[in-house]
Design a protein around this ligand. Structure first.
Ligand code: SAM
Ligand code: SF4
Length: 342
């Protein structure tokens, strides 16, 4: 693994290591809880979003990212909500790029997006040093797309994906397969993605927040999906790791890569290298637990030093793992993915 170097010769480098010996090198930042879609597994139809005054300013986000980079974080992912619908998001990306990508302190700045804004923003993102993005796409059928996203237009997303590819950005497609919703499209999406040169990652739906769909009914174990896929494809395990929880296979017939993120049927916590910042400044050390540290308060009260001390507290609090159980009547965690940042 890459060993981060000290930020300055005068200050000793103090990597972020938690109580279980895991080093945090990856920060996910939710820049907004708002979204132009309302995907059925992610949000309710009538979501109430936070007042803008509660959302971190760009200056606060930058200060927090800088604090993490100084402590050895090498990868930052912007997410949400839909990160690309936040007003002037390009200005934030410009600032992070100029400060941390240009200096080489940050190895990667990346984005998870629903793709709706890529048509207009992809080229600029590429010039700012965004080399890879994840685009969420659960179906290639435009009617079904409307049903799942409640508001989205498939054509706009496909145009956005084209724009990203034309700009030289590597695209990874994220799909959440759900029983009786889109499980018949796993093979078509795989063929389409690999045919276009995109990796495909399947994400097991997680019990986060109240939504309209019955999660237990729609739950589809990715183990079952993998078994089904092996009836028509040769799946060869590969060592590829992106610092995330995905495990990857090579599909011999297509030559493409297929990832599985399986928080429910397989626990990936032992190698967890990440923490998540919500758009209000709460740092969650685990997507599936409530332990958190208020970084906005730490910054407002103590500036950079306050932030740094808060990161130490966060490392003490990082839990060993989540305990999602799909059969529970209540969601394991009340907050939606769009709040913590997917
Ligand atoms: N709006 C962007 C998007 O859709 O890619 C970024 C935020 S979204 C919350 C990030 C990822 O989380 C998406 O791939 C989405 O499919 C996934 N997601 C949302 N709710 C989920 C849930 N309950 N379980 C698993 N994945 C979920
Ligand atoms: Fe929006 Fe992404 Fe959630 Fe869909 S999955 S509602 S696009 S935040």
């Amino acid at each position: 693994m890459h060993q981060p170097s000290p930020p300055s010769p005068s200050a000793p480098f103090r990597p972020l290591i938690d109580g279980f010996g895991r080093q945090v090198t990856y920060l996910r930042v939710s820049v907004t809880d708002r979204c132009d879609f309302r995907c059925t597994y992610c949000m309710g139809e009538d979501m109430t979003f936070l007042p803008k005054s509660e959302v971190l300013s760009f200056e606060e986000i930058q200060a927090i990212i800088s604090a993490f980079v100084a402590r050895g974080v090498r990868k930052v992912r912007l997410t949400g909500g839909e990160p690309l619908v936040r007003r002037d998001i390009i200005k934030l990306i410009e600032a992070i790029s100029a400060t941390h990508l240009a200096s080489g302190q940050l190895e990667e700045l990346t984005i998870t997006t629903n793709g709706s804004q890529l048509g207009v923003q992809a080229e600029r993102l590429a010039t700012l040093g965004i080399k890879r993005i994840n685009v969420s796409l659960d179906t290639l059928d435009s009617e079904r797309f409307k049903e799942i996203t409640r508001r989205g237009r498939l054509g706009q997303v496909l145009d956005g994906i084209d724009a990203a590819q034309n700009a030289g950005i590597a695209v990874k497609i994220n799909m959440v397969p759900m029983r009786g919703v889109n499980d018949d499209e796993i093979v078509p999406l795989l063929e389409w993605a690999h045919g276009r040169g995109f990796d495909l990652t399947l994400i097991e739906a997680m019990p986060l927040g109240e939504v309209a769909i019955d999660r237990a009914e729609a739950h589809l174990s990715l183990r079952e999906v993998r078994d089904r896929l092996t009836e028509c494809y040769r799946l060869e395990p590969i060592a590829k790791r992106t610092g995330g929880p995905a495990r990857y296979m090579r599909v011999a017939e297509t030559g493409g890569t297929l990832g599985f993120i399986t928080p429910l049927s397989h626990n990936f916590c032992e190698s967890c290298n990440r923490v998540r910042l919500t758009c209000t400044g709460a740092l969650y050390m685990c997507l599936g637990q409530e332990d958190r540290v208020d970084l906005r308060a730490a910054f407002r009260e103590g500036g950079e030093e306050g932030l740094d001390a808060a990161l130490d507290r966060a490392m003490i609090l990082k839990p060993k793992g989540h305990d999602f159980v799909i059969d529970r009547a209540q969601p394991a965690v009340a907050r939606h993915m769009s709040v913590t940042g997917g």
